[in-house]
Design a protein around this ligand. Structure first.
Ligand code: ADP
Length: 581
């Protein structure tokens, strides 16, 4: 299975040319992907898919090889989010598959279209549990974590299998799809003409879904009656690529808007109607909230409780998934359809007679916003030594302001919380972060996915703990010479680096890392450029140089080890035992 022979097994000799030309499973998988305009595979080779990767490259596709499947999967997922085409992750069987499955589950949770393709062992042996090499019932293992899962057993079904996977990944609510390809299938030969006929070019993979006219009217009526309306944009709105329509809705209605973290930049964060700096105030005070591609999950306190204040709310919700409606609170006006179509209909309903939000509401939001911005400016202006999260972020913010086209990846606890608030975004789909699960470990995968997909600069702002989950991909970044600058906020530990072992024993506290670690040295091992920054000035200079070079770079940003709060902003989710820290 691991031969390097990748030439199409078509008639090569005189004797063979008398027989009908044949092809095989390997070639058909690549043909089916290419036919559907898929040009990149993220993955990690091994038995039984090494030749599939080689063949993909030989046939003109890009194969981006990783050091761990989870990172390849995360890159594929972000590729899907950026392009509306499923990102492909290719793995070996059993453990490789399971590593990729984490990313598939994360993609499904975040509504990113992705297909995890894994090679697998022989069905006959797996099903009788006879102990095959890397034996695992991968199809059933994938099902609970994927939007759909398929297995192809016959070469003539490869075309249909890939078509079903593509359609499942991108239609309706996007998500992760698992495609199981047993080793035997890849080696199967099939008549070339029959094979060609079996391929399927997917037509209109994510059809527009127009909202019902009565739903549109109901939504407009609810918005019309509002005294303190608010538009809440989620990453579904960014994914939908309905940027123009959304801007029109916001500006034509005059309603303040709040972007969820990955919707930042859909309109520039500096837009006059952005209520980001008055987030708590508008969530509490609004009497009508128009949710556009945002779920009322934990990130929005489930639409109730203290976060949402005492004032009763009326909700309008635009979503492509009807079952999302009423998931946490009653939605008075659901608008089911694709965001582009739904927003277009709302915009059409906002005529000259449509009431503007009362001026007292706009004034109250503006006042709160300005006050909070002033407070933030004072915090950012401080210059402690060692650097605080804020003084480091000020330096980064000022550099990124000059390059609105830069992709920003962000994960960590405090590093995520503070960066989200401080770093302004100016263009849609430029911010990629911990997302719906609020997880660590997406960093280098998302950074590589964003760099490969956009071909432009990425700046990954990473907590030192978060970075550790995918740090080995620095080699991948260097190998593909990607324009990724990773900034590690190094405060010597998880949350912070000052905890002590209460027993006085030799082991460090569970939250503490090697003190004074030099993450910048890691990238130098692979030929990248490392910087060590201990002041905002050094950080500014390093980042400017890194961006100018467009080369793989890493900045070790030394942050006060006492800075940082436990669990960042999520203290309430972390039960405390009372053990001394
Ligand atoms: P955030 O975390 O930013 O609040 P979520 O991931 O919770 O965003 O919500 C995204 C929502 O957008 C999901 O409910 C999903 O069904 C929806 N969605 C995704 N794409 C579209 C689309 N093209 N049209 C309508 N809704 C969409």
């Amino acid at each position: 299975m691991s031969t390097v022979e990748i030439a199409r097994p078509a008639a090569a000799t005189a004797q063979e040319s008398e027989q009908a030309a044949t092809t095989d499973g390997f070639h058909l998988v690549i043909d089916a992907l290419k036919l559907n305009d898929i040009d990149t595979i993220f993955g990690l080779v091994g038995i039984p898919i090494t030749d599939l990767a080689r063949l993909a490259q030989a046939e003109g596709m890009r194969f981006i090889g990783f050091r761990h499947e989870q990172n390849a999967g995360n890159a594929a997922a972000i590729h899907g989010y950026m392009t509306q085409k499923p990102g492909i992750c290719l793995t070996v069987s059993a453990p490789g598959f399971l590593n990729g499955l984490t990313a598939l589950a994360n993609a499904t949770t975040n509504c990113f279209p992705m297909i995890l393709i894994s090679g697998s062992s022989e069905r006959e042996i797996v099903d009788l549990q006879q102990g095959d090499y890397e034996e695992m019932d991968q199809l059933n293992a994938a099902k609970p974590y994927a939007k759909a899962a398929y297995r192809v057993l016959h070469a003539e079904d490869i075309g249909i299998g890939i078509a079903r996977a593509i359609r499942a990944a991108v239609s309706g609510r996007p998500g992760g799809v698992y495609l199981d390809l047993p080793a035997k299938l890849l080696a199967q030969t099939i008549d070339a003409v029959k094979a060609k006929q079996s391929l399927v070019k997917v037509v209109d993979a994510a059809p527009r879904q127009l909202p019902a006219p009565d739903s549109v009217k109901r939504a407009l009526d609810v918005i019309k009656g509002a005294k303190r309306p608010l538009i809440l944009l989620g990453k579904g709105a960014a994914y939908a690529q309905a940027d123009k329509q959304i801007r029109e809705l916001v500006e034509k209605s005059g309603i303040p808007y709040l972007p969820m973290s990955m919707a930042k930049g859909l309109l520039p964060d500096t837009h006059a109607q952005s209520a980001s700096a008055a987030r708590s105030f508008v969530l509490q005070e609004a009497d009508c909230v128009v949710l556009i591609g945002a779920r009322l999950n934990w990130l929005l306190a489930h639409g109730k409780g203290k976060t949402w204040g005492a004032a009763p709310k009326r909700f309008v919700q635009i979503d492509i998934a009807p079952t999302e409606i009423d998931s946490n609170v009653a939605i008075e006006a659901p608008l089911i359809g694709d965001i582009g179509s739904c927003v277009t209909e709302l915009v059409a309903g906002i005529d000259a007679n449509f009431p503007k939000p009362p001026s007292e509401w706009i004034a109250a939001v503006t006042e709160k916003k300005n006050k909070n911005l002033e407070k933030m400016a004072a915090t950012l202006a401080k210059n402690p030594s060692p650097m605080s999260f804020h003084s480091a972020l000020r330096a980064i913010r000022d550099v990124l302001k000059t390059r609105p086209d830069i992709n920003v990846v962000n994960e960590g606890a405090n590093t995520l919380d503070y960066a989200r608030a401080v770093i302004d975004m100016y263009e849609p789909r430029r911010r990629f972060d911990s997302g719906t699960w609020g997880i660590m470990g997406i960093g280098m995968g998302f950074a590589i996915g964003a760099a490969v997909t956009s071909g432009t600069q990425v700046v990954a702002i990473e907590g030192d703990s978060a970075f550790g989950f995918s740090g080995m991909e620095l080699e991948t970044i260097c190998r593909y010479d990607l324009p990724v600058c990773t900034i590690v906020f190094n405060n010597n530990g998880v949350y912070k680096g000052t905890d002590v072992n209460p027993t006085g024993g030799k082991d460090l506290a569970p939250t503490v890392f090697v003190k004074g670690a030099r993450y910048d040295k890691m990238i130098e091992a692979f030929g990248g450029v490392g910087f060590n920054a201990t002041t905002p000035e050094e950080l500014t200079q390093a980042l400017q140089e890194a961006i100018k070079s467009g080369k793989p770079t890493l900045i070790n940003a030394v942050i006060d080890e006492a800075a940082g709060t436990e669990s960042g902003r999520l203290t309430n989710l972390n039960p405390q035992s009372g053990v001394k820290k």
